[in-house]
Design a protein around this ligand. Structure first.
Ligand code: C2E
Ligand code: CA
Ligand code: CA
Ligand code: CA
Length: 278
């Protein structure tokens, strides 16, 4: 029995060891992903539930690893966030999204893009002027850029986030709270931060009308948004039933596979053409 236990222990150590090695390898590969041109953005449309028109999109990052294929952001973003790589990647995303906004403008489409930020970016002292410089260098109207921040990302350094986000909002860049209600913070930040929009996380939308708690949470978030005059967008909408509930409850914006998965830039234009048709 003793040797069996020992074997188990050795197996455990070996697998932990290979996990760490695996992570180190990904970390190393990721640091070269930008220069090797392995990163790209896909865009998921955001829909106005009343007009059914596309009102903007969210930029979502993808990494095509030369050997592993697509690595999901839930895997590589945390790795990038553990060191400085996320700052470089975050910059790449800002530049790339701005370049795309311009390319769409040249094609005759003014499409607003929501960009995800990580806590490390928001912690930077010079974050606001840095973002403004990128946007101004491409002469993009600031109204076409929106920033998505999570509660946990700004609670880490609330004062710095207040300074940066207020600075950006003075220049017309709007801010949305991502994964709303999933963090463990009080709502007092809503008074301090220049927030225009809250995003209902897909975990609450998934079990709408199946789970009573989730249904009530979604209802409460929509009511809160109304009282504070914030836009409310639901993410992860997959069915017409979910859409009907949200719309009936007063949610005005939605995003999810029911409309479109995140797609390359050209497909977003195609989707817009179709959804704009009568
Ligand atoms: P998120 O910001 O909460 O993004 C929503 C996620 O839900 C995306 O996953 C999206 O593809 C997925 N999704 C959209 N519609 C549906 C649906 O109807 N059903 C379901 N089940 N899922 C749906 P994705 O693209 O894998 O991104 C995962 C997370 O990675 C994002 O969560 C965000 O936190 C992070 N991320 C993605 N791109 C960036 C980026 O450029 N910068 C940073 N810092 N984080 C990013
Ligand atoms: Ca997001
Ligand atoms: Ca989310
Ligand atoms: Ca998230």
């Amino acid at each position: 029995a003793k040797s069996v236990a020992n074997n188990h222990f050795q197996f455990y150590v070996a697998s932990l060891d290979s996990e760490i090695r695996e992570r180190k390898k990904l970390e190393k590969d990721l640091s070269k992903a930008i220069q090797n041109d392995e990163l790209f953005l896909v865009y998921q449309p955001q829909i106005d539930l009343n007009s059914k028109q596309v009102v903007g999109c969210e930029a979502l990052l993808r990494w095509r690893h030369p050997e592993r294929g697509l690595v999901p952001p839930d895997v590589f973003i945390p790795i990038a966030e553990a060191n400085e790589t996320i700052l470089e990647i975050g910059d790449w995303v800002l530049h790339e999204a701005c370049a795309q906004v311009n390319q769409w403008r040249n094609q005759g489409f003014n499409i607003k893009v929501a960009i995800n930020l990580s806590a490390n970016q928001l912690r930077q002292k010079e974050f606001a002027p840095h973002v403004l410089k990128i946007i101004e260098s491409r002469q993009i109207p600031t109204s076409l850029i929106e920033l998505e921040v999570t509660e946990t990302s700004f609670m880490e350094n609330l004062n710095q986030a207040i300074t940066s986000l207020r600075h950006l909002s003075e220049f017309g860049i709007q801010c949305a709270v991502d994964d709303f209600g999933t963090g463990y913070s009080s709502l007092s930040y809503l008074k301090q931060l220049p927030i225009r929009k809250i995003k209902i996380d897909k975990q609450f939308v998934r079990d709408l009308m199946k789970d009573e708690d989730d249904t009530q949470i979604v209802h409460a978030i929509i009511q809160l948004g109304k009282s504070l005059r914030l836009d409310v967008i639901a993410e992860g909408v997959e069915t017409p039933r979910q859409e009907r509930f949200l719309k009936h409850d007063g949610c005005t914006l939605a995003q999810g596979y029911y409309y479109s998965k995140p797609v390359p830039p050209d497909e977003l234009i195609e989707f817009m053409k179709v959804s704009h048709a009568p």
